[in-house]
Ligand binder design. Structure first.
Ligand SMILES: [Mg+2]
Length: 342
């Protein structure tokens, strides 16, 4: 018997299977290991390339995910990786594998969502492939964008003393998923009961229709701020700050009470007997931007309402710490996500 993949985890598995691959071309500025690859093909810009795959039953459940939303989200999460490199998206390719249960109309629904995202973010669909599948639906999207070399934001560029900032608010997408799962289970047991999502629309929208934060890139650019390191929050704040600190060889202090959490998120977390901070730290799928900025920009940052300063970058030996209200410290580099479970 071989090693179970779960023993290694996704990130170590990727390291293991990709590490033997040689680098042949000088145009490769960054290969695997960031939100996207960065190439210098011929223009003054760097080219950014990123791919994601979404599998039915693993990444989405079609019982409560409308196909149009799925198409939109599949594009949005790829564009979010372009945003994480401080880039501008230009093109996508879309490949799908689908089983016989899908009609032409169903696929048109999926592509209407892909189209809506292309129109909103001015991205061209330039290729792809379709195949049949034994079971269910699989979507693989590759996004291509560009960035000026002096503006690219790697995970590895955080500096000691930087402010750690996050856009928007966190934890809502995770609670949206919990709500959908709960109502789905209720529905399976008692189909005559209709789900009631009133007052929770924000959480569903965050789960079903995430938006890449190009508006934040513009706000920062207009303010004359270029982040040092940046990543998008797909797996939760705790995981993403670990990526930045590991790649940059730095530590971090994050203040729990500074983490931006919407009121509906807080109320719903309590209903699920969960600390709202747990959803923010470990939930993921918010697709907000986590970035580090030179502390000289503090006053400018304080005037931008959609950005929260949640901590600072420290020396590597200080570790990755979550500071709780009252001053206690929790190590975020290990099981920080359950810091609020008592
Ligand atoms: Mg990413």
């Amino acid at each position: 018997m071989g090693t179970p993949i779960s023993e290694l985890g996704e990130f170590r598995l990727i390291d293991r299977i990709t590490s033997p691959f040689p680098k042949f071309h000088n145009e490769t500025i960054r290969g695997i290991g960031d939100d996207a690859a960065v190439l210098k093909l011929n223009s003054e810009n760097y080219t950014i390339i990123t791919t994601d795959v979404l599998v039915e039953g693993i990444h989405f459940n079609l019982v409560y995910t409308p196909l149009k939303h799925l198409g939109y989200k599949a594009v949005a999460v790829n564009l979010s990786d372009i945003a994480a490199m401080n880039g501008t998206p230009k093109y996508i390719t879309v490949s799908i594998a689908l089983s016989a249960k899908f009609s032409v109309e169903a696929i048109e629904q999926l592509y209407s969502g892909i189209l809506a995202a292309c129109e909103k973010y001015h991205v061209e669909l330039i290729g792809g492939d379709t195949s049949s599948s034994m079971t269910g639906l699989m979507i693989s999207i590759t996004a291509i964008g560009e960035v000026l070399p002096q503006k690219v934001t790697y995970r590895s560029s955080a500096k000691v003393g930087d402010l750690i900032c996050v856009s928007g608010d966190l934890g809502a997408a995770y609670l949206g998923l919990q709500l959908l799962e709960r109502e789905y289970k209720l529905f399976k047991d008692t189909p005559e009961i209709q789900p009631d999502f009133s007052t929770k629309e924000y959480l569903l929208e965050r789960q079903l229709k995430p938006e890449p934060r190009f508006d934040i890139l513009k706000t920062l650019n207009d303010a004359g701020i270029c982040p040092h390191a940046m990543i998008d929050i797909s797996d939760g704040l705790s995981s993403e700050i670990n990526h930045i600190c590991t790649k940059s060889n730095v530590g971090a202090k994050i203040y729990a009470h500074k983490i931006p959490i919407d009121t509906v998120t807080s109320i719903t977390a309590e209903e699920f007997n969960m600390a709202p901070e747990t959803a923010a730290l470990h939930g993921g799928e918010d697709y907000e931007l986590l970035f580090t900025v030179n502390a000289d920009h503090l006053n400018k940052l304080l005037t931008i309402p959609s950005i929260s300063i949640i901590g600072m970058i420290t020396e590597a030996h200080e570790g990755i710490k979550l500071i709780l209200q009252g001053g206690n410290e929790v190590d975020l580099s290990t099981k920080g996500w359950d810091a609020f479970l008592s």
